[in-house]
Design a protein around this ligand. Sequence first.
Ligand SMILES: Cc1cc2nc3c(=O)[nH]c(=O)nc-3n(C[C@H](O)[C@H](O)[C@H](O)COP(=O)(O)OP(=O)(O)OC[C@H]3O[C@@H](n4cnc5c(N)ncnc54)[C@H](O)[C@@H]3O)c2cc1C
Length: 351
Amino acid sequence: MKSWDVIIAGAGIVGVSLALELSERGASVLVLDRGEPGSEASSAAAGMLAPADPETPIPLRPLAMESARMFPAFAQKLEAAGKIQVDFRRVGTIAFLTDAAAPKDYRSLSPTELQRIEPSLHTAGYSAFFVQEDSVDPYLLTQAALAAARNLAIEVRGHMAVKEIRGHDSAVEVLTEGDTLTAASVVDCRGAWFGAPVRPRKGQMFYVQPLSGVLQHVLRAPEVYIVPRSSGKILIGATVEDVGFDKSVNPSVIQQLRSEAAKFVPALSSAEITQSWAGLRPGTPDDLPILGPTDVAGVFAATGHFRNGILLAPVTAHILANLVAGRPSPIDIRAFSPDRFRQHPEVRPGA
Ligand SMILES: Cc1cc2nc3c(=O)[nH]c(=O)nc-3n(C[C@H](O)[C@H](O)[C@H](O)COP(=O)(O)OP(=O)(O)OC[C@H]3O[C@@H](n4cnc5c(N)ncnc54)[C@H](O)[C@@H]3O)c2cc1C
């Protein structure tokens, strides 16, 4: 019976980035997905790479900063190996906040500066700050990662759900509908479908195609964010909802987001909506990812990336590739241990 060095459950950006890193290090890898690979949260995201956002939890900052540092090379690697451009942009973000809410390292923008760099923006009563951060098109990034995997002969099997992962002698068995597969190690990257304590946090958003040149920077405000792509499309998002595995789109929610966006960019109020969708972020009770060995020997978890899974993909791949090889994590990941929910049962969902 064929066996692999590593089987990865879940072909989102987390699972596929890890497969690429493991394969680069010489491991044989199989990636399994219950649906179409890459079609869940990783393709539904906005693609802001925002390690210093006030909503990024403090314990996550070192990991997020390191991943932001790794991102340019990561994007370049996927573009080269996948032969797909991912629209990695380094223009920066304009954050609209109250002065009290602004982090110390955000640079305040005077009205004249704001007018010079984004002439069509209104401040809607907030203060404007410049943040040097990047963005990427997550759909293209995920497609590039999958194409890179294909080009490097990494096996990615879609429409093959993992039913159970269990230890067996010194190996790990992965049960699917029709097969039992074995590997030395398994990494569970099933995103929102990982099971407790991970739960889906729905986000709705949409693209508009406005008249060209309306916005160059990412714009982030308390109730809305706006992410321009190089193609001229502009993304507007997003809700954070606790409604289970529902991915329906509610037109009145989309209109609400549009009117929030139009407070800052009035041209968006009449722009044609070209696409709307919802995705399921993998949320955890403490908003931190789950990274590391589980209580089954040879089985690791890499999930719970919530609002930052695109940003965190390169650092997650790097950490998990080390752990699978029996090496220590290059970064302190104790705060993300799968054990923490067992040790602190009071933070379990519903508690
Ligand atoms: C609206 C929205 C906006 C976002 N904006 C940003 C952003 O600006 N910046 C950022 O960094 N992040 C953002 N995110 C978060 C980011 O999208 C996620 O954290 C990230 O995509 C998680 O990646 P993943 O690979 O773990 O999950 P997914 O992409 O969901 O992949 C998990 C995969 O596991 C598969 N799976 C499930 N069950 C099984 C099974 N039993 N067997 C096999 N496979 C299975 C699924 O089919 C899926 O393909 C956003 C998310 C949403 C929804």
